[in-house]
Design a protein around this ligand. Sequence first.
Ligand code: NAG
Length: 365
Amino acid sequence: MTFLILPLIALCLFYSHLVTAFSDVTIYSPPSSYKIPRVLYARSLLLAKENVILATWENYGPEPPYFPIYQSSDQGRTWSEIGRVKDEVNGWGLRYQPFLYELPIDYGGFPAGTILCAGSSIPSDLSKTQLELYASQDRGRTWKFVSHIARGGVAKPDNGLTPVWEPFLMMYKERLIYYYSDQRDGKHGQKLDHQISDDLRKWEPPVDDVSYSNYKGRPGMTTIAHLPNGQYMLTYEYCGAPQGGCPVYYRLSADPLKFQSAQAHQLKTPAGGNGLSGSPYVVWTPAGGPNGTIVVSSGGHPEVFLNRNLGAPGSEWKKVPTGAQRSYTRSLMVMTDPKNILIVGAGLLNGANNKVTAATIDVSR
Ligand SMILES: *[C@@H]1O[C@H](CO)[C@@H](O)[C@H](O)[C@H]1NC(C)=O
């Protein structure tokens, strides 16, 4: 028997390696009838138990827009559409900034394993923004409206306007937190805040996560990683920063409801370059050493940036090439084999050739 089984195991290991490492898989290529940028702002989610990956993005097809749900059952190599998250209440469509999250426990009357989708419902004239929550109890195939979270004004990123956008979901101490970017506070061009719900229907008032006394400061795009030392790491872009541009910053806090009082650190490579710029995304993976590896992507670079020191201020961020293109708010996801990170991007703001693509990178080397 052994003479048969061992080569079989070796073959399987070899094959799984081939299957998990790739660059430049096309998830979706939009038709030219779509409005530019056609697709943008991709997000992904690993359903660990089935080893299935879901992806979604902003989709600029026929009105009203919806968030497509694509699925891969072979580690990201091939994809097909399994569902659509459609606006059921406003008649505006689900237009901007989707985010997917799997409930790890029973919550608000939904069983563990329910998939949540957050995003902004916006009419075609962009006159209003409404952050929403939808849920799927059949692994992304069908979706139901759950609740409204925050309502804001015109969907343009100009100071003085009042949109709400860029949601990120996370559970902390068995409570669901809905993080987002908020322009409704007259003291700040934009700030980051969050709301909490114990039943997914009623939401507590917003609490600040990051705001700057400089009115033109526009912290945006919350993503958060949980580190093995108990700290949470929030990365964000700081547009309107004193040094200009949209440098990427991070904050570390043992309490992810209290980032406002945590120190801000600019995320820079040690070479003293300009640092990362725009639309960051952070994940932590146990691969790559005793501290695991923090992986950060940003809109300014095709590379990703690795840190093996739990983000200790002043510690090294190593710039590593990827097979992926630069994308506006490219998403990262730790795969079933945690040394592999899935990068899903959907192109650039105003990009005329955007498509949704996936690539993997092995961060253990
Ligand atoms: C893990 O992180 C800590 C905190 O930054 C650091 O002191 C330590 O050297 C790291 N360990 C390794 C093996 O890199």
